[in-house]
Design a binder for this molecule. Sequence first.
Ligand SMILES: [Zn+2]
Length: 200
Amino acid sequence: MPEVAPMLIVCAEEARVEVELVGGLLACSSCRGTLGPWGHARVRVVRCAAGDRSLRPRRARCRGCAGTHVLLPDLVLLRRRDEVAVIGVAIEAKVRGEGHRPIADRLGVPRDTVRGWLRRFGADSEAIRAYFTRWAFALDAEIGAVLPAGSVFADALEAVAVAVRAWVLRFGAGPVWRVAGLLSGGVLLCNTSCPFPPVR
Ligand SMILES: [Zn+2]
């Protein structure tokens, strides 16, 4: 059996993904070969700011290496139930000094869930800062130094912001946290057994 390759992040618009997949426009993250349709992954419910949304991610198979991929919509992160934009709001609020309880109450998300996000982001801060700084430089070699923001946690958020800005300047406007999730290969806030994919 071919190895199951890491997630591939795609647009959350199912119709667009279908067109790209059937049209052979999506590339394998392992060998850059062309991906073709290969059924669906299980249905998952994503808690979005606008209410619950049911998603059935597409699966794809590479015509080159025969590896299979789940096409994770850019709306979500691997192993997280909530929309990445909602998680991002919590991270930004924490950097502004807010605690997990008021953040959770404002977002209508269980307090333990928000505490889990913030703890994971805090625990991975150094790796997140280093990874997104590499992305920022890969996207814009002329970029200045990422300035210290006052704490390891805030520095990590600053590096995310700088990398996303560099991406937007190069590829056009996009929702900040979706771009951040995309750059992380969907594993932002995943556990340490899911390393970030290489920066291209
Ligand atoms: Zn492949």
